[in-house]
Design a protein around this ligand. Sequence first.
Ligand code: SF4
Length: 367
Amino acid sequence: MRWDDVAGATRDLAELELSELEGALTPSGIEPYRAKQIYRWIHRRAVLDWAQMTDLAKRHRTALAEAFHLSTPNIAARDRSSDGTEKFLFELADGRRIEAVYIPKSPADTFCVSTQVGCAMQCSFCLTAKMGLERNLTAGEIVGQVRLLRSELGLLEQPINIVLMGMGEPLHNYDATMRALRILTCPDGAAVSPRRVTLSTVGIVPALARLADEPVMPNLAISLHGTTDEQRTSLVPVNRRYPLAELLAACRAFPLKRRNRITFEYVLIRGVNDSVADARRLAGLLTGLRAKVNVIPLNAAPGIPHERPTAAQIDRFGKALADCHVTVSIRKSRGRDIRAACGQLLVETGQQSPGQRLAGMLGATDG
Ligand code: SF4
C-alpha cells in the first residue's frame, strides 16, 4: 500500500515528473509554466513545505497545499562514524523505517539510498535480508531521501554521487526506481548526472533487459559474489532462477557507453568464496566483458553465518585477480562502527512501535 493511500486524499508532488506536474497544475488554476519554478524549489532547493516557495503568490501556495502533499521522510535517528560516514534512519508516513548512508569524499560525496523497506532476495550475508520485504518505496520516497540528505548536509550545490545500494533490490521495485531516476536526473530539478548514479542489483535478468532500453541509464553494478552456480545460489538465492550463464549473457548484451564498465561486486567470505581458485574462476567468467571487480570483505555481524577473511586472504584474492588481468579494487569499509557498512543495514522488526531503533545497516544491501 502506498503511504499516500494511507494519508488519503492528495497527490504526492514529490513523485511527479516535470511533464506530469505541468498537467497537474491546471485544475488548481496555476499556469503550467510555473511547474519548473515549483520543481526547482522541491528538487534543487529541497524545501519541505509550500510556505518556503517565496517567489510563488500566496494564492498559488494555498492552491498547492489543497491539491497536493509533499512526501518527505522524517529523520528518526542519525549516527556518525569516526570516519565521517553518517547513517540516517528515516521514518516514512506510514511509520515504516528505512536507512540511508552518507559517505563523504569517496572521492565525491556519496549517498547510498534505499528502494524498498526490507528486501525479498534473502542473500545469506546481508542483514537487510532478515527483515524480509515489507513494501516497495514510492518514487517520492526514494527521491525524498536524496532531498533530505542534501538539505541536512548542506550539499544543495555540490555534485553528488548516488548509489542505489541501500535496503532493497532496485530492479524488484522497477517502476518506482526508474521514475525516481528520471526525477533525480531532470535538468530542471536535482540535475544529478546519470554518470553519477549507480544501480546495484543481484541481476534480475528480465529487468536488466528492460533497463537496457531506458532513456536514463545509470552505471550498473552486479552483485555476483559466487563463481559457480552452487556457491552463488547458497549466497544469493535468486541465482536459482537466473543462473550465472544467463546473468552474464545479459551483462554481455547490456549496452555500455564508451569507456564504461560494469562493476561486479564480490563480497569476500572466509572459507566460502575466497580461494585463489575462486579468483581464477571469477576472472574466467568475466572474460570478454568490460568489467571491474569490487571486492568487499564481509562485514561480520550477529546473525550472519559467515566470517570476514583475514587481511592476508583478502590480499591473496585481490592479487590472484590482478594476475589474471582483471581490474580490481578492494573496498575499504567505511562506517563499520555504526553498522553503516556493506551488508549491515537492518531496521529491527516491530518498526511501527515508536521506541524501536535501527539496529544496523547499509551495505550490502546491494540491491
Ligand atoms: S544484499 Fe541486497 S539484494 Fe541481497 S538481501 Fe541484501 S539488500 Fe537484498
